[in-house]
Design a protein around this ligand. Structure first.
Ligand code: PHB
Length: 391
């Protein structure tokens, strides 16, 4: 097979890249080890920045998002038994966030790509990339029917996530990586219950962090800080509700409970691979960086990478100049490190650290007082949370 851009990974980064390239008249083939069904049903993040929503709407992906997404003008920080609203819209000159699940974004992308006749290969195995510093790199894989296949392309986009093969294809001695692991995870649940609040609640409690989010009028998403190697089935529903009620209590607030139909544990790590380009291989999304989910930045960062990469690829085909492509890592890394700092900061602001001294705990509360009472501190929080325009 021959295409202009071979894309490894049909997650948000890979599919959005294929979509934007198509709009620029550039061909691509997307491959993924997972089935279409697995991609369309796996529960992940849920918060879209204004810039992400704007791009989706401008490129014809906004119909269902506009109908089914929930617009949130702000969110709440809860600590010391009290809620404090951060009015994101007012503090950012009108930017809002939209709660719309990542797998819904993926359904919209797959639908749009297939309707435009895209070549997406689901359920492939043994993917490998070759000749990435040559003129025409190759992607090898075994297709769904067990047949070996080869794609010859001008460029390869490594959009295959943190555990993918593309980053590993960059020789280790030249791969520049930064890593931080947090000593806790998030226990996530999905339940059938009405929303307990109109906006997201980020709670800091002596027992640990909790987050109240939503998926629809009937389905709620909630998390609480837990041991990183916690087994999801070790917690009964009753124990989960007691923990969540305690961590969010105060001001007479009560969570509306309902049957829990999914439990999972999310790892918390910060990671950046600054070598986002090697020869004709470009990394984007989780293949190049991971943030802890506290700042709701993961999906939005992937979208920003792709916005920059798609524009750079289009420019290289249109002008024969690789200037924008050469600038891709430096351009993308600016926002990546901003989001790294913000996600780390939100995480340290709101979580319980086992080794924290009494001084550390008081300092953490003083910082929460600052961001909920100083307009300038709240503005910094709101600007980072809502995100700046893409690019
Ligand atoms: C979610 O709804 O899954 C969610 C919301 C906000 C976050 C992280 C996850 O910061």
């Amino acid at each position: 097979m021959r295409t202009q851009v071979g894309i490894v990974g049909a997650g948000p980064a890979g599919l959005l890249l294929s979509h934007l390239l198509h709009l620029a008249g550039i061909s691509s083939i997307v491959i993924d080890t997972r089935s279409r069904e697995a991609i369309e049903t796996t529960i992940r993040a849920g918060v879209l920045e204004q810039g992400t929503v704007d791009l989706m709407v401008e490129t014809g992906l906004g119909n269902r998002l506009k109908r089914e997404g929930f617009n949130h003008q702000g969110f709440e920080l809860r600590f010391g038994g009290k809620g404090h609203r951060i009015n994101v819209q007012a503090l950012t000159g009108g930017r809002i966030i939209t709660v719309y699940a990542q797998h819904e974004v993926l359904k919209d992308l797959i639908h749009a790509r297939l309707a435009a006749g895209a070549d997406i290969r689901f359920g492939v195995s043994q993917t490998s990339v070759h000749g990435i510093t040559d003129e025409h790199p190759l992607i090898h894989f075994i297709d769904e029917c067990g047949q070996p296949q080869q794609i010859r392309c001008d460029y390869i986009a490594g959009c295959d996530g943190f555990f993918g093969v593309c980053r590993q294809a960059i020789p280790e001695p030249i791969r520049e990586e930064y890593f931080r692991v947090y000593p806790f995870g998030w226990f996530g649940i999905l339940c059938n219950a009405p929303a307990s609040s109109n906006e997201l609640i980020y709670a800091r409690h002596e027992l640990g962090f909790a987050l109240i989010s939503t998926r629809s009028a009937q389905v709620q998403r909630m998390y609480f800080q837990c041991d990183p190697d916690q087994r999801p089935d070790a917690w009964s529903d009753d124990r989960i509700w007691a923990e969540l009620q305690t961590r969010t209590a105060g001001d007479g607030f009560m969570l509306k409970e309902g049957p829990i139909f999914q439990k999972n544990v999310v790892a918390m790590r910060s990671f950046v691979c600054e070598t986002m380009r090697h020869g004709r291989l470009f990394l984007a999304g989780d293949a190049a960086h991971i943030v802890p989910p506290t700042g709701a930045k993961g999906l939005n960062l992937a979208v920003n990478d792709i916005f920059i990469l798609a524009r750079a690829l289009a420019s290289s085909y249109a002008t024969d100049s690789t200037e924008l492509l050469d600038l891709y890592p430096a351009t993308a890394l600016r926002r990546i490190w901003r989001a790294q700092h913000f996600s780390w900061w939100m995480t340290t602001l709101l979580h319980r650290f086992e080794d924290a001294t009494p001084f550390d705990r008081k300092r953490q509360l003083a910082e929460l007082e600052l961001v909920t009472h100083s307009i300038s501190a709240a503005t910094t929080l709101a600007e980072n949370y809502a995100g700046t325009p893409l690019g």
